[in-house]
Design a protein around this ligand. Structure first.
Ligand code: CA
Length: 224
């Protein structure tokens, strides 16, 4: 899961980024509205955490611009303005949820999980395909009820595939979901981790769609 964090306060931004990285999100952090607009136009994010009071371009303007382009990505706004009018303006401009500063990092993570879940079309707190169940809150994966140990990258890749169920994910999209800016990419990452996941979850759990990419295996679901 790749998240864009837009926050001009250095201390707060640093804390949020560290917290989200611990939760295995790939986090890109920008500090003004203009950079946010560019990042959102150029990259495929799973969610955006957006401060409203920003230099260069206000968070509300960034949000209106984003929705104006037809983007449906989940947006959680952060605001120090605790008046009801600001929250209403944010929600009406297309935000999915909001938090008023100061807030608890655990609550931010839980709200983000809820947004990602709804974006995936699932109201249930776990993601499931075939015999595999992923619990984003506990970061646990089970196969037919038995725990499966996954590395952080394997988990991130599986989370991405389960979130985009029945869609074909290209290699580039999967790679984007694994790395933030400036992180050194290992070669053939996607292929390597797909291979690991198949070994751990079953060869038919992930299908290769030649010339396009990967998607969750139809046989794995039918086998239930
Ligand atoms: Ca601010």
């Amino acid at each position: 899961m790749r998240v864009l964090l837009v926050e001009d306060d250095a201390l707060l931004g640093d804390g949020i980024r560290a917290g989200l990285k611990l939760a295995d999100y790939a986090v890109d952090w920008v500090r003004n509205g203009e950079s946010a607009r560019h990042a959102l136009a150029d990259h495929d994010y799973d969610a955006c955490v957006l401060d409203l009071g920003l230099p260069k371009k206000d968070g509300l303007a960034v949000l209106k611009d984003l929705r104006g382009r037809g983007s449906a990505i989940p947006v959680l706004i952060l605001t120090a303005r605790d008046t009801a009018a600001d929250k209403i303006a944010g929600l009406d401009a297309g935000a999915d949820d909001y938090l008023t500063k100061p807030f608890d990092l655990g609550e931010l993570q839980a709200r983000l999980r809820a947004l990602l879940r709804r974006a995936a079309g699932a109201a249930a707190p776990t993601l499931q395909h075939g015999g595999v169940v992923l619990d984003p809150a506990g970061k646990r994966v089970t196969l037919d009820g038995a725990p499966v140990a996954l590395s952080a990258r394997e988990y991130a890749l599986l989370h991405d595939l389960l979130t985009h169920k029945s869609q074909i994910r290209t290699r580039a999209q999967l790679e984007e979901s694994l790395y933030a800016w400036g992180e050194e990419k290992e070669s053939n990452t996607v292929e390597v981790y797909i291979h690991h996941l198949r070994k751990k979850l079953g060869a038919d759990f992930i299908d290769t769609v030649r010339g396009f990419g990967y998607r969750l295996g139809e046989a794995a679901e039918r086998g239930r």
